[in-house]
Design a binder for this molecule. Structure first.
Ligand SMILES: Nc1ncnc2c1ncn2[C@@H]1O[C@H](COP(=O)(O)OP(=O)(O)O)[C@@H](O)[C@H]1O
Ligand SMILES: [Mg+2]
Length: 366
């Protein structure tokens, strides 16, 4: 079970963390990056105080949004957020941390999951997300269709994508067809110190089709799963290769890479939505079983939709993804649920507010 393997003894639970808090004065805190502006914007709309933990060099940019920020906590390094000084300051401000897509990457897994500040979301999911293999195991347990995974001991009979650990926006991933090429490239990455050994890489079937990323929100207070939006990652240079005549990139020796440069909005065929909701529900159910209390708030399933309308999920994110920044004023889907402009940032704040009203705060924080 994932739960047994990843049980982490943090020596506290959220109830003890909240004991010293004035719940009427919560401040929504996040790292000044990724989707921070959306998060503080949403928090303000719902009447919360806000805190941005900002690196000194980014401060001038965020100061331009002073009307959305009550407090800045300035750090020199992201990992400083686990220092005693910063933790004390965050506690004084009655902070709840909203972890976004860059949170674990910036502060490191140890700090991310052990920080003694309430987190909106499921802490124990961070470690699963940081490990490509466990990530796929969780999806597979949920019964969500995933690409085949290969080991170097077996025959590789299809085009594969080789992935490294951590959310680095596809950095150093490569596509290959031959085992020799994979072994050669992985050896280079070990030599460069990018990975320690071959086991850190995930060798996954490369699925043909188009990419589609779904933004879900699971609400413990309403016991409801919402689809709040969808996007396409715009990735260089894989998305640019189609601008070349077919096969020319092979001639010039270009190797497709997957560096994210932005996000493009997507509205899906309505007939695909029931399946997409079903995948999301499977994910919620499995995280409840494997990593109780289960996923809380925003998560994303990342997929390829094939020409036969099969949806194959190649990874997930257990936090708010940057593609939600497209819908700061709500998406075509969030409008249907809420009939008011509802970004994911605002939805997070609404959930915390509802939890306070219903006396369920401990159900949305870990
Ligand atoms: N199995 C796959 N088949 C086809 N393309 C894939 C597959 N897995 C990933 N990709 C492409 O590679 C990109 C980065 O992969 P992903 O697993 O999402 O890594 P990251 O953790 O960097 O987001 C995806 O956005 C997608 O374009
Ligand atoms: Mg991804």
């Amino acid at each position: 079970m994932l739960r047994k393997r990843w049980a982490c003894d943090m020596g506290f639970n959220v109830g003890t963390l909240l004991k010293d808090y004035d719940v009427g004065k919560l401040s929504i805190a996040t790292l000044a990056s990724h989707s921070a502006l959306q998060i503080v914007h949403g928090a303000k709309l719902e009447g919360f105080k806000t805190t941005l933990i900002a690196k000194r060099d980014r401060l001038p940019f965020y100061r331009g949004f002073n009307h959305l920020v009550d407090e800045y906590v300035v750090v020199d390094e992201w990992s400083d957020i686990c220092s005693q000084d910063v933790v004390r300051k965050l506690k004084e401000l009655n902070s709840v941390i909203v972890p976004h897509g860059s949170y674990v990457e910036y502060v490191g897994i140890e700090c991310a999951e052990n920080i003694p500040i309430p987190i909106f979301g499921l802490r124990t999911l961070f470690k699963v997300e940081a490990n490509q293999k466990l990530k796929m195991e969780l999806l597979s347990k949920a019964g969500i269709p995933i690409p085949k995974t290969y080991s170097l001991d077996e025959a590789i009979d299809k085009l594969v994508i080789v992935k490294l650990a951590g959310a680095k926006g596809g950095k150093d991933y490569f596509i290959a067809k031959d085992k020799e090429v994979i072994t050669y490239k992985l050896s280079k990455l070990v030599e460069q110190g990018t990975i320690r050994n071959f086991n850190e890489a995930l060798i996954q079937e490369y699925v043909l089709g188009v990419t589609a990323y779904y933004h879900y929100f699971y609400s413990p207070t309403l016991n409801r799963l919402e689809i709040l939006g969808a996007d396409i990652r715009y990735e260089s240079d894989i998305d640019g290769l189609k601008r070349l005549p077919p096969n020319t990139y092979l001639e010039v020796g270009a190797e497709p890479t997957f560096t994210v440069v932005g996000n493009i909005p997507l509205v899906l065929r309505e007939s695909l939505l029931p399946k997409i909701l079903d995948y999301g529900e499977k994910f919620v159910k499995t995280t409840k079983e494997e990593l109780p209390p289960g996923v809380i708030g925003p998560f994303c399933l990342e997929s390829i939709i094939t020409k036969d309308a099969e949806i194959i999920v190649f990874e997930f994110s257990g936090r708010i993804v940057a593609g939600t920044n497209l819908y700061i004023n709500g998406s075509p889907y969030s409008y249907l649920y809420w009939n008011e402009p509802m970004s994911v940032g605002r939805r997070i704040a609404r959930e915390i507010k509802t939890a306070i009203d219903k006396g369920m705060l401990e159900k949305v924080l870990t």
